[in-house]
Write a protein that binds this ligand. Sequence first.
Ligand SMILES: [Zn+2]
Length: 209
Amino acid sequence: MKPKIYTLESVAVDGELGPRTSETKRSTCDSCGVSRPIVPRYSSIEYLFDTWSGSHIISGVKSLFVSSELKDVMLLEKVSEVGFSKIQVTKREYFEIDSAVGIDEMPAFFYVNVLRRDVDCVSKIYDVTICEVCKNKKWELKVDGLDFLIKGVSAKKEKEKLEIVHDSWKGEDIFYCESHNTPIITEKFLSCIKKLNYKDLALGSAIWV
Ligand SMILES: [Zn+2]
């Protein structure tokens, strides 16, 4: 079965990661210069809220948070290969809930720990080879890679579709490809998001190959 997939380009940003967030240590290969894990992992997370727009899904830098309600929906629908971590919620002095929300209390939020981070995609930007030292993938800009990179960010025409290698996917409803920054989600997770309030949801196209 091949579900519809999308890249999750952005969702509401109601604040930022706070100073009490700590990333687990990354290691950098001397030969290829790639630091891993590519998408950071955290040992503790603080989200510093400026406001709450009413969205049950919010994003930080390469991180995603869901409300307890959305977490429950995801568990009920069996959205696969995610874990949930407690976070420390801090509110700025001037914090307020958007008056349009109509609720006085903000729900609890959880960090979405995306477990699978190395599904393969076909990159029009990079050539993928294996580093002889660390034995992991490394990426080199293709001859016309810069063209695609620029088109990707300034696309007025149809945007590039991210091509995901179906054989490398094992049914995860949220996952990363190592050479792509944003998470890729299936229609199942998207339908969970759409059951509750969300703000500023921007999706990109992804297709199976
Ligand atoms: Zn290496």
